[in-house]
Every structure is written in C-alpha cells, then in structure tokens.
Design a protein around this ligand. Structure first.
Ligand code: SF4
Ligand code: SF4
Length: 86
C-alpha cells in the first residue's frame, strides 16, 4: 500500500508533506527542476513506507492512505504512480 496525493493539492503545492517524509518519496519537491511545471506533487508508491507522517502535515487534506482515497479521487492512485513511470 501507499499514500496518495489527491486534487486539493492542485495549485497549493506548499510542500509541507515533503518536509516530513522520512524516505523522500514525494516529488517534485520545491526547488527541484520540475517543480514549477507541475500542478501538484506526487507520492512514489514504490518508495512510500506507509508511515502516515505526510497525511496530517497537509493543510488542505489532500493526502490519503490508498484504501481511504475518497470516491471521485480514486483516479489519483494511478496518477501518482504514473508520474514515476516517465
Ligand atoms: S506515508 Fe510516509 S513514506 Fe509515504 S509519502 Fe507519506 S511521509 Fe512519505
Ligand atoms: S502538503 Fe498537501 S498541498 Fe502541500 S504539497 Fe503536500 S499534498 Fe500538496
């Protein structure tokens, strides 16, 4: 399982989640080359250790454990994974 970033992150991108992730699996982080060009941040499902630290850190409640992603946001499970397949 993994945690997933959903649509409330779009346009927000404040990066609070990046600061608390112990395995640095949320990208692009502020300061990284791709940061300015993306609409939101994404969690790498291959690297996320399911610690849950990022969930309460998000000011707009965009982050959910995979099985708890709300209806209407479930496409973001794939969208997060796809970002790392490029
Ligand atoms: S659950 Fe933990 S490891 Fe996964 S993205 Fe959030 S902070 Fe990082
Ligand atoms: S803390 Fe929330 S809004 Fe900020 S970058 Fe992370 S997921 Fe997006």
């Amino acid at each position: 399982m993994t945690y997933v970033i959903t649509s409330p992150c779009i346009g927000e991108k404040d990066g609070s989640c990046v600061d608390v992730c112990p395995v640095d699996c949320i990208h692009p982080a502020p300061g990284e080359a791709e940061f300015e060009g993306v609409e939101m941040l994404y969690i790498n499902p291959e690297e996320c250790i399911d610690c849950g630290a990022c969930e309460p850190a998000c000011p707009v409640t965009a982050i959910f454990e995979e099985s708890a992603v709300p209806e209407g946001e479930k496409q973001y499970i794939q969208i997060n994974a796809d970002y790392y397949k490029k």
